[in-house]
Write a protein that binds this ligand. Sequence first.
Ligand code: GUN
Length: 303
Amino acid sequence: MTLPEHQATRLDGKAFAAALRERVGGHVARLKADHGVTPGLAVVLVGADPASEVYVRNKGKQTTEVGMLSFTHRLDADTPQAALLDLVAHLNADPTVHGILVQLPLPAHMDAEAVIDAIAPAKDVDGFHAINVGRLATGQKSLVPCTPLGCLMMLDDLHGPDLSGKSAVVVGRSNIVGKPMAQLLLRRSATVTVAHSRTANLKEVCRGADILVAAVGRAEMIPGDWIKPGATVIDVGINRVTLEDGRSVLRGDVEFASAARVAGAITPVPGGVGPMTIACLLANTLTAACRQHHLPEPEGLTP
Ligand code: GUN
């Protein structure tokens, strides 16, 4: 008789995100009814990058579904940076706009840092402005980048808010995911390592992780034998891969089949972290709206 193979718990981000949107929608309805405030999110897309087009369309749809106002601004790829900065200044001053997101990447002639720095920190629902980055690092109230916030919410749900004594390894050091994720894990009292492409003995580093967050953007780079038995694996990678038969599929940074035989819990791709990002963007817009109107902010939407 052979024993059934171990299979990790699949962390269902799609269901988690749907539940979060439901909660956000409830708060939006109360905000409208009790205070006459409708949170508004402005999304700016410069050019026509196909992946960005899909994200922006989904953002607009989900924003209106939770009862918020959605403003989408599309600018031509050759728009001068000054015109984009003018639009950001206009949105900063618009009281119906509580959140501003400028979709990245921007065309090559633009300086993304200068554009992000122009967004009012209180409306920076991406959490990319240096003020919000600094506030997160110093443990102050801030707006937190959406993808790491979504990862944290899923980890909180599984482990509770205290990761004392646990070892967390974040693979990837981007400003959008790796660095803020490390800050959030540190805030939960995990012992945090940030590994990246230049890390020596990456396999051994990963194998030491009770919580492994993969955010490198390389399809299936982390196989099952890099994972500590029973670990929680959060896969942030969304990599488009063409199979031998010509089909195009999405793959994470983790080799799911082998990892699921070792891990205790794992997020699939698609359907794991991905759906949480937009749900957290809506949560951040709600939080930003409450703060701008000096109203109490809903619990559980910020770290
Ligand atoms: N492009 C890919 N992910 C993101 C994100 O989270 N925010 C913005 N503004 N652009 C992105």
